[in-house]
Each structure stands twice: as C-alpha cells, then as structure tokens.
Design a protein around this ligand. Sequence first.
Ligand SMILES: CC(C)(COP(=O)(O)OP(=O)(O)OC[C@H]1O[C@@H](n2cnc3c(N)ncnc32)[C@H](O)[C@@H]1OP(=O)(O)O)[C@@H](O)C(=O)NCCC(=O)NCCS
Length: 167
Amino acid sequence: MIQLPTPLSLTTPHNLVKTSYLVGELADSIHRGRSTDWLRAASIDFDGFAAERAGVREHWGVPSQVFWYTSGEYYIGSLVLRHRLTEDEGGGHIGYHVVYPWQRNGHATRMLRLALNACADLGIPRALLTVSPDNPASVTVVERNGGIPDGLNHEGEIRFWIDTTKH
Ligand SMILES: CC(C)(COP(=O)(O)OP(=O)(O)OC[C@H]1O[C@@H](n2cnc3c(N)ncnc32)[C@H](O)[C@@H]1OP(=O)(O)O)[C@@H](O)C(=O)NCCC(=O)NCCS
C-alpha cells in the first residue's frame, strides 16, 4: 500500500490533490458502473471545481460543507457535513464516500470520527446518519462510531444517532 506523507485530515477542497482526486474518482465511477462524464469539466478547470465546493454553502436549503479527506497530494474520499437537518432529514447530518482504490482500509471509519469532532465543535450534540440496510460497509462504519439505530426514514434507510460529545 502507498505510504501517506502525513496523517489524513478533513480539508477544504484544494488543487494540491488534483491528479489523485481525478484518478481516484475515475476508478470509483468505473467500479460503480457510473458515468465518468462529470470528470471532464473538473479536469479542465480543477481550481474552479475545487473553489465551487469550498466553504459553507446553502444546499438542500441548509448550510453544508464539503471536506476532502487528504494527506499531502493524496485524495482518499469526500464528506459532506450539514449544519442543520433538512426538513425531511434527507441525508442526515453527514454523508461520505471513500474512492474504490482506498476502500477497506478503515478510512471511512476514521474520517467519520473526525467529522463527529467537527459536529461537536459546531454545537451539534447528536448527529443523524442515514444508511441503506443494503450497505453493510457503511452500517459497520456508523456502528463502529457509536451509532444507535432509531427506525427507518421515508426512504427505508436506517436512522442512526451518534453522540458527538463522546469522540
Ligand atoms: C461505505 C464506504 C464509505 C466504506 O469505506 P471504507 O473506507 O472501505 O470503510 P472502512 O474500511 O472503514 O470499513 C468498515 C468495515 O466495513 C467493511 N466493508 C468495507 N467494504 C465492504 C463491503 N463492500 N461489503 C461488506 N463489508 C465491507 C470493511 O471490511 C470494514 O470492516 P473490517 O475492518 O472488519 O474489514 C465505501 O464503501 C463507499 O464509499 N461506498 C460508496 C458510498 C457509500 O456507500 N457511502 C455511504 C453512504 S451512507
């Protein structure tokens, strides 16, 4: 496995990870059988692509923030942190993915832990995560971070609450 230069952290989208981001997301899209068309614009103007995602932005009617999980020039995955729940609680407080080449190395578990610390700093004492029952990897990630199941949402996803003050 690749030796990362520094401990991984949640960073504001930035252009230092351009190549790693594009190649990682390309591999991930191919693995999931999804279109890779969206990468074209990103590859032409990566600075603009990263800038569009930086900072707190209103999305789905609530303030939300995108983080990239990075070490030096290496990009591992993305995470979105909603500062408030949407009206129908869609997507919960936190959503994430780790690109395929870096999966199954504990990255999502650690990335979520860092996001829970960020939630606590933002004054969110309990974070809601919603996970499809057909996604055992994500269910494991949430359970390893102390997720307590609380029924299903309108899309049939498991609702998990995590006490962010314990992280
Ligand atoms: C879910 C996801 C984020 C997990 O990322 P990851 O970095 O591989 O997660 P971790 O390495 O922390 O894995 C957690 C556990 O789930 C297990 N796991 C990982 N992929 C798995 C799979 N496809 N099937 C079953 N278990 C899996 C891991 O093996 C690990 O357990 P282990 O340590 O005992 O091996 C990643 O698969 C992904 O990005 N999927 C697509 C997007 C997505 O589903 N996002 C979450 C939406 S709620």
